[in-house]
Design a binder for this molecule. Sequence first.
Ligand code: PDD
Length: 284
Amino acid sequence: MNIVYLNGHYLTTEKAKVSVLDRGFLFSDGIYEVISVYNGKPFLAHKHIDRLNHSAQAIGLLQPFSQAQWLRIFSKLLKLNQIKTENKSLYLQMTRGVDSTRSLALPKSHLKPTVFVMLKELIQPDYSNLSKGFKVITREDIRWKLCHIKTTALLPNILMQQEALNEGANEVLLIRDKKIIEGASSNVFIAKSNVIYTPPLSSSLLGGTTRALVIELAQKNKLSLQEKQLTLTRLLNADEVWITSSSRDVMPISFVNDQKIANGKPGPLWKKMHSLFQTHKNSL
Ligand code: PDD
């Protein structure tokens, strides 16, 4: 998996170089997507490209490719790296491009965006061994106010995620104005009395592709689901807590800040959703 895509070229990681005047390097002036590859095929690729387009529009970046052109880049990259039926992950990053100097001011005319795509290992939770249970912690959300944009400016996420790892947790759930917003790299769901809840979309959180699929699967299968604000009390008193993201799918959470959720075992609604999710994945 040594071949990457950079600005129209397919080359080895070692040969892929970006200028130090790239606004992505200087300011994290860029956006990204992480797309799972199952059985050699990018999963929910159209949804990821739609979201990339929204992020690009939100920061005034000219997105150079159509859906079809992105898909061609992905398949060529998979082919060059000899990925046929394996599970992997595609990382795609686009920055505003290389300027003539370092200046906060946006250049007068659009720069040529820097486009980079690489393949990574897909690291997924081991759902065959759930006896230990996954843990999350909660922290005050220290990020900015435009979290619907998938920006590469991830320093707050990095620092908060590290606090989770230091405490043996898989993820940190972020609280803003006493509301549970999302994880540092995931969305959050709870189940209570047979109803599934997730916070509604807003500029405080990223509209996850996995979140959208979970909502779609719930609706198609007549599971009751509501988009509703969640408090820490509701989270701790839930029957089930899940987090969702491209690499995790739907992950059951047994502990929040060392407090056990219900009996600490993945619940029946998670089992149902996990199974619907796997079936959907295998049907593509
Ligand atoms: N993260 N919220 C945030 C802040 C995220 O960074 C992500 C994804 C999600 C879930 O989105 P999706 O279901 O489309 O993966 C929610 C990716 C995986 C990452 O940063 O690696």
